[in-house]
Structure formats: structure tokens, C-alpha cells
Design a protein around this ligand. Sequence first.
Ligand code: GLU
Length: 495
Amino acid sequence: MSDRPVRVRFCPSPTGSPHVGLVRTALYNWAFARHAQLHGAGGSIVFRMEDTDRERSTQESYDAIVDLWRWLGLTWDEGIEVGGPHGPYRQSERGEIYADALARLRASSYTYDCFCTTEEVDARRKASGSKVMGYDGFCRDLSGEQRAAFEAEGRRPVVRFRMPDGSITWTDLVRGDITFDTEHVPDYALCRANGDPLYTLVNPVDDALMEVTHVLRGEDLLSSTPRQIALYAALTELGIARGTPEFGHLPYVMGQGNKKLSKRDPEAHALAYRDQGFLPEGLLNYLALLGWAIAADRDVFTLEEMVEAFDIRDVNPNPARFDLKKAEAINTAHMRLLSVDEMTDRVLPYLRDAGVVSDPLGDADAQLLEQAMPLVAERINKLTEAAGMLGFLFVDEADFRVDEADAAKLLDESGRAVVQASYDALAGLGSWSTAAIQDALQARLVDEMGLKPRNAFGPVRVAVTGRRVSPPLFESLELLGRERSLGRLQAALTP
Ligand code: GLU
């Protein structure tokens, strides 16, 4: 298949909240395709929603996935929401296509009808003492009479794929040559007895019809690959597929204690990173490192650099460990790469959500934000942190509150004495500028009163910004203005 233009797919199942492992898989597919595009080797991405499991699939999960992909900037060329020549792209809308493929397979010798119940298969396994799990091939060669007898009992068959004898080998793009002895791969069902198609059928049929050339997916699907390769041979023979795609199985993402990161682990939920104020490029950069490296000793890179350098053959097959601290550090590195203007654009939706500024942004707030952002741009590690740092500037005086715990620590009796001295020093100040404010406070609190700077400015900071962590104090006072600053100092004097 490697001579055909590269086509890959995103094909999540919309069940539950999207997992970071799913995003890592999508990212590798995206980078692989965009790299191929750079080199004129095709590089289309198809986005298909695998919602055949009606009980577990939800619209909420579908929407969350689309939302997440858009936020991340993982673009696709055809598929859900955008359309394309191979639609529809929701499996729940492709029933006729699967019925047709199934009918063609059923009419061939690649499959057979199977009437057994699970209980019967289990009972036979017990009786024979066999350790082999899965189907035992009982209905492989039913006579016409046996068939008729089953049908007379009112049984409806499933269509089972007849695994060929021998072995199946493929060269995995991540793991090299892999061979499965088909003795250990039982014949498998392609549909339920009511005719509903199963994942075993729809996933390869769709990849075939959507002309997917490279299947890059999680290691958990490795055991289904020999079955799919055997099915591809049949689909190709029947004129449904144009060959077998290449496969690459990506390493597991591990959480704490050498266990796979599961949906129960809070750090597994990809959308939570957006809510926490990660940059999409920060999260993607970190997820890229779960199995791949751009170079030794280099962790931070842009998506363009990743696309340029990405080769699926460099992916490490060993399990990768998810490390939240490292994810945060990588995100911080990307925060530092943003200009103040870019950071302001990114922070704005979070400030709106937190109610710090209104939507649309008024002129006065826009101006204040422009002045304030340079003070915090180097100090915040996540976009959400801006709201806590800047809230004191935008809040109405009537709504201004001092953090209780910070007040208890710093606005005790001696803290209030510092606030009183600061008020006195600032009340008569001629020019309300950062330099003048700094000089006045320094002279009164440090030089005259002999306080250490930490003890001197902490109470003032809590009184005017409401918190112990704030933008630089003197600049903050200037931006806040004389009246509001003095008012807050005064208010802090009454316990
Ligand atoms: N919908 C399948 C899953 O989420 C994808 C399987 C595949 O990539 O082939 O597990």
C-alpha cells in the first residue's frame, strides 16, 4: 500500500470523556499525515466516528471529542462535520454499506453461518478440557441437514469469518515483524444474530472504503490485527478493498504504579487540561513525548517542528509513563514562548469565564488589560491563573474581597500597623507613579521603620490585591489608582 497517497484516520468511539491516550494516537496520525503532505506523499486525514455500539455511544461524548479536536487544532480533511466523498462518516449512518459488505462476504467461502450459543461453546470447551478461548469452529462445515435442523429450531445465525490455516505476519511500523499463528486466532463473528454489524466488520470495511493506507492505533488493538489482515485479503479478493493497510501499534500510556492510565484517573481526561488553562500546543507537545522524541535532550518544540521531524518508525514500542508535573513544565515553557499580545488573546476567554471582564470587552477594561498583562505574562503557568492575579484590578470596589486565609496571616495587628504607615506615606503623594509609590513605601516602611522588605510589603499586597500572590506591587498600585488603593488600605485597617 505504501505507493498510494497516505491516508490516515481518526476513529474514536464516542463513549465517555476523551482520554489523553486517544489524543496521543490522533496526534501521531496527524503528524504522520502532515509530514507526508510536506513531502508530496498525500497525507489526508479522515475523521470517522465509530458509534456502532449504540448503548455506550452518546451525543455528549461525540460533541466533546469534536470540541477537543478543534481546540487542539487537530485538523482533518474529510469526515464528520466537514463531509467528503466517502460519507456518511458516522458508523451509525452506514448500516446499508455494512449490510452490503456482509452479504458479499456471506456469499463467499470466507465466512460461514454459525448457530451456536455462547453456552454451547462454553460447555464444549469444558467437556474437552481445551484451554483455547473463543470459538471452536463447530459450524465450519455444517451439512445442509444440520443447518436445516438449526433453522427449524428458530435459531438465527451469526456470520463468522473463517480464519485461514497457518500464520499471519506483518511488519509493524512501530514494532517490526509480528507473527501470529492462526491456531490461536479463533474464527470470529462479523455481526450479531439480528444482523447488526460488529466492530470486527465495520472498522476494516470503513478503512477499506475510505482508502486508509496507514492504521496507527493503540497497542490494545494489536490482537485484532491478524483477524483484520485475514479479512482484508477477503475484502480485496471481493473487490471491496484495494489492499491491506500498513499497521503501527503505539505504546500504552501508563499512570501511577505501572497500571495503564484509565478513565478513573483524573489526569486521563483530555478536556480537563483546557479547563485548567493549558495551552493546546503545550498539551500536544507533552503528549508527543509519550513514545516519541524530537532529539535527545530536547523536550520543547512546536507542532511545525514535530510535523517536520515525525517518523512513525522512531516511535518507541515500550509503554510510556504519564507525568503530570512534566506536562505542566512543558506547558509553562510554551507559555513563555507567547508574546504578551498572544497571551492576552488566549487569556481573554478564561477571564470572561471567571467573570473578571465582560463580553464584549469594554474600552476601559481593554486598556487596563493591555497595561496589566505585561505584569503577569512571565508569572503565570496556566491561562486560568490570570483571573486570580488580575481580578483585583477589574472588580468593583463593593465586590472586592481579601482572601481570608491570607488576611489571617498577614493582616494581624502588626500587619495593620504596616498598612496604616503605608496609607500615611501614600496619602499625600504628588505623582501616583510606580517609582513614586516605591520610593515612598521604601522610605517609610524599610528605611524609617526598619522592616524587612518581605514583612513590609506583604500586608500592603494583601490589602490592595486581596492575595499574597499578585503582580508586582508598585505597578499594581499604580494601575489600581490612588483612590481605590487608598480606599482598600483604609478598609484593611478595620479587622
Ligand atoms: N474506535 C476504535 C477505538 O476507539 C478504533 C479502533 C482502531 O483504531 O482501529 O478503540
